[in-house]
Design a protein around this ligand. Sequence first.
Ligand code: HJL
Ligand code: ZN
Length: 167
Amino acid sequence: MTIDHARYMRLALEEARKSPPKPTNYCVGAVLVDAEKDQVLSTGYTLELPGNTHAEQCCLEKLAKEFKVTQEELGLVLPLKCAIYTTMEPCIERLSGNLPCVDRVIRTAQRCRGTFTVYSGVHEPDTFVQKNSGRARLEAAGIGFVHVPGFEDEILAVATAGHEPTA
Ligand code: HJL
Ligand code: ZN
C-alpha cells in the first residue's frame, strides 16, 4: 500500500489550525495513522485537552482513553504498522517542565509490536528551546523519522500565530 504522506501532513496542518494561539508555544497538529489500513486512528492539536497540552500528547492521550488503557500501555494495543504525522518535530524539552513529546512518542513506539514511524513537517525553531534534537533522539531509540517536505512555510505561519513579529 502506498501512503500519501502529504495528505496526512495536510490533515495534521488542519489540526494545528484549531489550536488557540499562545505566545509561549507553537500551534502544532498531529495525526496518528494505521499505516496498514491507511486510516486515521487519532488526531490532536496544541491545547486541545485541558491544561498545557501538546499536539502529540493529545493525539496519544485521546487514543489511550478510547482503548481504555493507560498512556504507558498504549503501544501494546496499537496496530502493527503505525505512523504519527506531526507538523513540528516532537519537542525534547518543555519550558513548563511537562513530559516532552519525544519521550511520549518513544515510550509508545517502543512498546509497539510492529513499527511506529514519525513523519514531521518542520524542525522546531530555536525561539523557546535551543537546538531541538527530537529527530536524533527518535533515531537513537530505533524509531524511523521522515521529513515530509513542502509544508514548511504554512506550518510555521500556523505555528507562530499570535507571536510577536520578528523584525
Ligand atoms: C510540539 C506542540 C507544541 C510544541 N512542540 N512538538 N508540539 N506546542 O504541540 C514546543 C515548545 C514548547 C515550549 C513551552 N512546542 O508548551 O518548545 O509550556 O511549547 O510546556 O518549550 O513549553 P510548554
Ligand atoms: Zn511537545
